[in-house]
Design a protein around this ligand. Structure first.
Ligand code: SF4
Length: 272
């Protein structure tokens, strides 16, 4: 409290006499609530990949994010209100990540640190990588970079503080946790041969039914003319490959024949 600047809290048109400016503040409940909340964010202690090393560096003495009231990285989601997703989000890990997010009490925030967490990064479209944690969780702040520097992460944390400052107890659309009762948990993805978002179950079921009837089943289906071209190309490919293979075999046989002739000439020259 020693560095509390009351002038920052003023949120009123009532004039405060100069001599009382350091002792008195007239403000709104939202402002006090937001100020106390954004000045004591407790991040969840976990890291996923190389970005986590930079996050650890940000917590260490040189950069020291305890200056933002964030020094206590909690080992339990029940005591955390900020999830820093630092690293590559694999399909295997998105399941516990969403479960941990659900276990965090509200109000809670998510910061996507680095290219991987924000959109898949260098591994985007990889068979085992989620193209951004925002496919499953509501992300409040994205920090770009591969990896972002500690300064960039601190910039992201300040951006999050500004976002919290702008929230209002009166606007329940903006901050649903001030509404009546707890909000719905985020459905936990199901990991099988691929990861499935339960929120898309209806679409998946409908597409499967259409596919079983042999009908086009959605946006991922190519339009009919393009599909014909793809099928034709697929049919042509084996024939081309066979033709290619034939040419390769003929060239190989020709090389063998020339080699045998060369060997025969060599033996003849030696009189063998
Ligand atoms: S963004 Fe770059 S540094 Fe961060 S986890 Fe991905 S590959 Fe590693």
């Amino acid at each position: 409290m020693s560095d509390l600047n009351l002038r920052e809290l003023h949120n009123t048109e009532f004039p405060i006499p100069d001599e009382l400016q350091s002792n008195l503040a007239i403000t709104s409940l939202s402002k006090v609530y937001n100020w106390s909340r954004r000045s004591s964010m407790w991040p969840l202690l976990f890291g996923l990949a190389c970005c986590a090393i930079e996050m650890i560096g940000t917590a260490a003495s040189r950069f020291d994010f305890s200056r933002f009231g964030m020094e206590v990285m909690r080992g339990s989601p029940r005591q955390s209100d900020l999830m820093i997703v630092s690293g590559t989000v694999t399909k295997k890990m998105i399941v516990p990540i969403v479960r941990l997010y659900n276990q965090m009490p509200e109000p809670k925030y998510v910061l996507a640190m680095g290219a991987c967490a924000s959109g898949g990064g260098p591994f985007k479209e990889g068979y085992n990588v989620v193209s951004g944690v925002d496919k499953y969780l509501p992300v409040d702040v994205y920090v770009p970079g591969c990896p972002p520097t500690p300064q960039a992460l601190i910039h992201g944390l300040i951006a999050l503080q500004k976002k919290i400052d702008g929230q209002s107890l009166a606007n329940m659309d903006d901050v649903p946790w001030y509404g009546v009762g707890p909000s719905e948990p985020t459905p936990i993805p199901i990991l099988g041969p691929d990861v499935i978002d339960p929120r898309q179950m209806d679409i998946i079921r409908r597409q499967a039914e259409l596919a079983a009837l042999g009908k086009p089943y959605g946006v991922r289906e190519l339009p009919a003319p393009q599909m014909k071209a793809v099928v034709a190309a697929k049919g042509a490919a084996p024939a081309a490959a066979a033709a290619d293979g034939g040419e390769v075999d003929a060239a190989k046989a020709e090389r063998l024949r020339k080699r045998e002739e060369a060997l025969a000439r060599k033996h003849a020259a030696k009189g063998e």
